[in-house]
Design a protein around this ligand. Structure first.
Ligand SMILES: [Zn+2]
Ligand SMILES: [Zn+2]
Length: 167
């Protein structure tokens, strides 16, 4: 929670703030996603009966790779702008006593900015559908027989044959 009594008493003045926030885990596509080291840092200013914040949320998302299921740590850095009011209208957050909950505003921004799925790396090889081993760690031979022939190799053979005939 952030104390905004100063901002309410001094409309138009900027007040820097830092808030440690914590987020409950969320379930997305059947997977539990956790968050740690969440910090909201920025400036707030009061205007009449409202307080606005302009801040950045830094948070580490703890999820699992969609292909190989290894754990993935995904750092995020998100812009958070929000308006707080004693009588919050649509898209506004409440001022309770002399405090605001920056985490509540940051949470919706964070959920909206999160990727649909996480990968441990762009070229993750995933799990072998036959033996179930993590193919990033050990390349099994299960799929070797199933490798499709390169369509260009047939063409190259054809061209080589023609060249050989001409010589
Ligand atoms: Zn992976
Ligand atoms: Zn395998």
């Amino acid at each position: 929670m952030i104390d905004v009594s100063g901002a309410l008493k001094n409309p138009g003045s900027m007040f820097p703030f830092t808030e440690q926030v914590s987020f409950e885990p969320v379930t997305m596509m059947g997977e539990e996603i956790a968050f740690r080291d969440a910090v909201l840092e920025g400036e707030l200013f009061g205007a009449e009966e409202t307080v606005s914040i302009d801040a950045r949320l830094k948070v580490t998302v703890q999820a699992h790779c969609a292909r190989c299921l290894e754990s993935v740590e995904y750092p995020m850095d998100i812009q958070v702008e929000a308006v707080f009011s004693r009588e919050p209208g649509e898209d506004e957050f409440p001022i309770t006593g002399h405090t605001i909950d920056g985490g509540e505003a940051a949470r919706s921004e964070m959920i909206g900015a999160m990727p649909m799925r996480f990968l441990c790396r762009e070229d993750c090889l995933g799990l072998c559908p036959v033996c179930g081993k993590n193919r990033n760690k050990s390349l099994c031979t299960c799929l070797e027989g199933a490798v499709r022939p390169n369509p260009f190799s047939a063409l190259l053979n054809l061209l080589n044959d023609q060249n050989n005939k001409e010589v």
